[in-house]
Ligand binder design. Structure first.
Ligand SMILES: [Zn+2]
Length: 75
């Protein structure tokens, strides 16, 4: 095998390694964004301190409380 063939072979391996690293980096960069969950605003119940989505909470005198079906809340 000539020296030029060895250089070409080495260059191809290096190029393949570079491409592999770029693909791997892109994959790891995508993962946190995909797993990131966008949740609604959380509010704290004034009676029991439980955090719950603002949409499910009931508002009384400007304070947030658990919905009546929540048996754990003594409100
Ligand atoms: Zn509560």
């Amino acid at each position: 095998m000539g020296i030029t063939k060895l250089i070409i072979l080495g260059l191809l391996i290096w190029l393949g390694f570079r491409v592999y690293r770029i693909i791997q980096r892109r994959h790891t960069m995508k993962t946190p964004a995909a797993t990131k969950q966008i949740r609604g605003n959380l509010v704290q119940c004034n009676a029991c301190g439980v955090h719950l989505p603002k949409e499910t909470a009931i508002t009384e005198n400007g304070l947030f409380y658990c919905p009546p079906e929540n048996s754990d809340c003594n409100h």
